[in-house]
Design a protein around this ligand. Structure first.
Ligand code: C2E
Ligand code: CA
Ligand code: CA
Length: 686
């Protein structure tokens, strides 16, 4: 069966957050890489450029030194010639300056140039020194007006040959270095242009990456914002119907209460619970259940005013908040809601009639959200119990009644919230002292009232359908404990108290079977205790239910025996194996002869019917020994052990086993007492 029912159930969200966040990381990495690349390229570029510029500057300085040397050589040549033609102090001084300039320039070449330049400088300086010496002779010969000596000095004393060699070398080197300096200059500007280009390209790429990164990061932030909005929505709304959930409803009710207080208006809360919803879920499946809830939500939305607000509190429970000025408005809204649910719900291939119980509570001055909701809950429960469409909460009703209903509301939630726990009390063989089984006794850990004994809530629950969920919960707890004990190698039969309503429910045996199956517990480990009065409430029905339970292998016990009016003839027809004498008689035995007579005859009656007889409420060893004398099979009571949590019971058993080590630890079948064996005092006796 796969109707379209489930269609609106929200799809699980794609992991958009994960994707965006990985994109975000990539974007950040890209932008950072872009910036790093930009810095690296600019740094390397400027290093390369400055290196080339440095090399070019050096080449220019070397070339310029060579240039100066060449100029000095040219000056020496021309001044030497001038001196020969027109001797005088000026050409002589000029020549000396040119000599100094050449030496200086060649020293500079040696300092600035590479090793070929240093070698050349050495050679030129040596040749220049020779030339300077030869030219000095020449000038002196000119001063003496000795043409022969002059000619000799020029030719023979090698002025000209020395000069010629030096001149050629310097001119060549100067020309070569000038060309080199030009080339270096050209390469500097080329490198500069290239580096600029690379810088520009990298800058553009980095700008692109940073801008891209910024876009992705902005988008990511927007997604994050959207996602947090969605999360907020999800936290405050029911995922199925998208209606506000309990938290949001409470919040809105609080706001409405404060607003109403200011304008002396009021607020009503309608609590609506569908009546046969569980059946829909159980028989048609959850998809139909969900689809029904969706349709109910739509109809509720449709029939309310804009100022009203509807929420799904959970399961099949809806709440409606109405800002109103008086009861009539609340009543009118309730009637609209009732009318909205009146038409059958069509679901794919079937139509369903569904009605609801509505509790109405009007806020009284000083009421807080919790009180208002609780009142609506009480009223809703009243409507349900009375089979009315709606009921209004009336504070004027008897206080007891109110607190009773309030407690009922709490109990309903407490069961669902797992606030029930079980205490266990052993039943032991009167004769041998061996533990045969335990009785599970419910306790309610109330959030504000503390641990409540069953007498404070079972009688209330028994008047309403809550007893069914209570019995289910107790059976579930008892069977999971029985399963644990069986798993640890100490299978212990557990007795569970069953109220009249459960006993008179024809579906009860099947329900018990389901629970046994679910927990994988053998039926022989479960005993159900039912009161005489419960059985007498509807003989025939009780008999049918008891027979099916018996045929399943579950054992049955008549509880509180002696307080009802069942006849021996009737008891005989019941498939019951155990009779529990009511504790009031057992506790009265010691002081009240009538009680002792009743106990004795109950023991005899039980044995005549072939039943095991249990005396509960055994508080002292005298009573216990009297019961032994009477032949009562099993005893249960504070003298042996108070009802205690499972863990404590396990410790109790350990101690009990040590003290009773001569006896068999646990007997699984009820034994009949024939002799007068004396049972020992047990630890934990209170
Ligand atoms: P009950 O079935 O007759 O359970 C025996 C009650 O007697 C228990 O009280 C137990 O604590 C008490 N008791 C045991 N030994 C002694 C003793 O030596 N002296 C005295 N004075 N009392 C003793 P508890 O636990 O308060 O339960 C009270 C009643 O509540 C039970 O009476 C039973 O009728 C009902 N009840 C307990 N648990 C459940 C449950 O899970 N479902 C239903 N439907 N009823 C329950
Ligand atoms: Ca009982
Ligand atoms: Ca009892």
């Amino acid at each position: 069966m796969s109707p379209h029912c489930g269609q609106r159930v929200t799809e699980p969200k794609a992991k958009s957050g994960v994707i965006t966040s990985s994109w975000n990381r990539w974007a950040m990495a890209g932008a950072s890489a872009g910036l790093v690349a930009l810095i690296v390229v600019v740094t390397v570029g400027s290093l390369v450029t400055s290196n080339a510029a440095r090399r070019s500057a050096l080449a220019i300085r070397v070339a310029s030194a060579y240039g100066h040397a060449a100029a000095a050589i040219a000056a020496e040549e021309s001044l030497e010639r001038k001196y020969r033609l027109q001797p005088g102090p000026d050409p002589r001084a000029g020549h000396a300056a040119a000599e100094a300039s050449l030496d200086h320039s060649m020293h500079q070449v040696a300092v600035l140039g590479g090793s070929p330049d240093r070698n050349l400088a050495k050679v030129v300086l040596r040749e220049h020194a020779a030339y300077v010496a030869a030219s000095a002779l020449l000038f002196r010969s000119v001063d003496r007006h000795d043409p022969v000596a002059v000619t000799n000095a020029i030719d023979v004393r090698t002025v000209d040959p020395v000069f010629g060699a030096m001149e050629g070398q310097v001119y060549n080197a100067a020309a070569k270095h000038e060309a080199m300096a030009l080339r270096a200059g050209a390469s500097v500007s080329e490198i500069g242009r290239f580096v600029l280009l690379i810088d520009l390209v990298t800058l553009l790429a980095a700008i692109g990456l940073v801008a891209g990164g910024a876009v992705v990061v902005t988008r990511y932030q927007r997604d994050l914002h959207l996602e947090s909005e969605q999360n907020r929505h999800q936290a405050l709304h029911d995922p199925l119907t998208d209606l506000p959930n309990r938290a949001l409803f409470q919040d809105r009710t609080g706001v409405a209460l404060r607003a109403a207080a200011r304008v002396s208006a009021t607020v009503a809360v309608l609590l609506l619970d569908l009546n046969r919803f569980k059946e829909v879920n159980d028989t048609l499946g959850h998809q139909y259940g969900d689809y029904l809830l969706l349709q109910v939500a739509d109809r509720l939305r449709g029939c309310l005013r804009d100022s009203d607000s509807v929420a799904r509190l959970g399961g099949d429970e809806f709440a409606i908040l109405l800002p109103i000025s008086g009861w009539e408005e609340a009543l009118a809204a309730t009637q609209r809601v009732d009318a909205a649910l009146h038409n059958p719900f069509s679901m794919h291939d079937i139509t369903l009639d569904v009605d609801a119980s509505i509790g109405i509570a009007l806020a009284e001055p000083g009421d807080d959200v919790e009180t208002l909701l609780r009142h609506a809950d009480v009223a809703m429960y009243e409507a349900k119990a009375a089979h009315h469409t709606f009921a209004r909460y009336e504070a004027s009703r008897d206080d007891n009644d109110v607190s009773r209903l309030v407690l009922l509301g709490d109990l309903r939630r407490g069961i669902a919230a797992g606030e029930l726990t079980l205490h266990y009390q052993p039943k032991i063989s009167t004769r041998t002292g061996a533990m045969t089984s335990v009785e599970a006794l419910v306790r309610w850990q109330h959030p504000t009232l503390g641990l409540l004994p069953p007498d404070e809530f079972i009688p209330l629950a028994e008047n309403t359908a809550i007893i069914h969920s209570l019995t289910t919960e107790v059976l579930h707890l008892a069977l999971s404990q029985a399963r644990k004990w069986a798993d640890t190698g100490r299978p212990t039969p557990v007795a569970v108290n069953i109220s009249t309503r459960s006993l008179l429910d024809p579906r009860f045996p099947a329900h018990v079977q389901d629970l046994l199956d679910a927990h994988g517990v053998a039926p022989s480990l479960l005993c159900l205790e039912l009161t005489e009065t419960a059985v007498m409430a509807d003989h025939d029905l009780a008999l049918t239910v008891l027979r099916s339970l018996d045929s399943m292998g579950v054992s049955l016990s008549i509880d509180d025996f002696g307080t009802g009016y069942s006849s021996m003839a009737y008891l005989k027809t019941l498939p019951v194996k155990e009779l529990k004498i009511d504790r009031t008689f057992v506790m009265g035995m010691a002081n009240d002869p009538d009680s002792a007579v009743i106990v004795r005859s109950a023991v005899d009656l039980g044995h005549n019917l072939g039943m095991t007889v249990v005396a509960e409420g055994v508080e002292d060893s005298t009573t216990r020994s009297d019961l032994n004398d009477m032949g009562c099979d099993l005893v249960q009571g504070y003298q042996i052990c108070r009802p205690i949590p499972a863990k404590e019971l396990e410790r109790w058993i350990e101690t009990y086993l040590v003290i009773n080590s001569s006896r068999s630890p646990i007997v699984h079948s009820h034994e009949k007492v024939s002799g007068n064996g004396q049972a020992g005092e047990a630890p934990g006796a209170g």
